[in-house]
Design a binder for this molecule. Structure first.
Ligand SMILES: [Zn+2]
Length: 305
């Protein structure tokens, strides 16, 4: 079964934290063992810029790419989902764009970003993070950037963005909103998770929600289990999200995860848990990778329109 993951912080771990490639959670061997055909690698930047500036951070992450040991698609996607581990790029935290569309095009031309998480946990030139509260929508540069992203087929990722920013995406973007690595806020009340109304809006527009494996986003009281991941998927399905659900593991960016889902080699345990819960193979294929794949193809087809 084709498996796709919408988010990992492996490039940050290697380039900024100095983790050796073989000590990362995401490794080529584990991706292959888990059947992961598509791994999204985030260029993750906050405002502090350990390498000097967020832009410099992004450059050092790009230098680390070859250490990731998987080929990265920087052109058009193939017709069919890749059979062996293949990467695509995303951006997490718009600071690396330095408030400049020229920077956006520089990264886009070189890397073919598939999605941009407009903020991480800091206010930036684009908007405001969820951790600072719901008020304050996208800034003028954020709205300009959305237009440029639409033209380039880059999906707007609201995973760290606040609610006002999310609704601005819904109002102004042509491409559907996504949340690459967030869970259900009504099951686990942390600002990084989505409210019901946000899930419904993503479903209406045909976006994407990557279920995050971080224990603290899955349950408030103690270590999460595989059943908690399934519980969040159940809750999303109750809101009609069957066609927009996928995985956003957040591997190499999280410090606690369900037992049996510690790294990409263990995706099979989650698929088995979904089978035990009674999901059909077709539903599981959607969650596992096809929902994300189909949306990436759709976004790519929208380029230049
Ligand atoms: Zn994140």
């Amino acid at each position: 079964m084709f498996i796709a993951d919408a988010h990992c912080d492996t490039l940050y771990a290697m380039a900024i934290e100095g983790t050796r490639p073989e000590d990362c959670v995401v490794t080529p061997g584990r991706l292959a063992a888990g059947g992961v055909g598509l791994q999204t690698f985030a260029l993750f930047c906050g405002k502090h810029g350990p390498a000097g500036t967020p832009y410099a951070d992004a450059q050092s992450m790009l230098k680390a790419v070859e250490k990731a040991g998987v080929p990265i698609l920087t052109g058009d996607l193939p017709d069919a989902p890749p059979a062996s581990p293949t990467g695509v790029f995303s951006c997490e935290g718009g600071e690396m764009l330095e408030g400049s569309l020229a920077r956006f095009h520089e990264f886009q031309d070189a890397l073919r970003l598939r999605m941009i998480a407009l903020t991480w946990n800091f206010e930036n030139e684009i908007g405001h993070p969820a951790v600072e509260g719901p008020e304050g929508g996208l800034k003028p540069f954020g709205l300009e950037l959305l237009k440029a992203m639409d033209a380039e087929g880059v999906l707007p990722d609201a995973s760290h963005l606040n609610e006002a920013g999310f609704w601005d995406i819904c109002e102004h973007a042509q491409l559907p909103p996504i949340a690459s690595h967030s869970d259900c806020r009504w099951l686990c009340d942390v600002p990084r998770n989505l409210r019901r109304e946000q899930v419904k809006a993503i479903v209406e527009r045909g976006g994407f929600i990557g279920v995050n494996f971080y224990s603290r986003f899955l349950r408030e009281d103690g270590p999460a289990t595989l059943d908690d991941v399934v519980r969040h998927i159940d809750a999303l399905c109750e809101l009609g999200a069957e066609r927009v659900i996928g995985f956003g593991s957040d591997f190499d960016g999280i410090s606690a995860w369900p037992e049996g889902l510690a790294h990409p080699g263990e995706f099979g345990n989650l698929l088995d848990a979904l089978r035990r819960r009674g999901y059909t193979e077709a539903q599981i294929e959607g969650f596992a990778g096809l929902n994300l794949w189909n949306l990436l193809k759709q976004a790519e087809a929208a380029r230049g329109r």
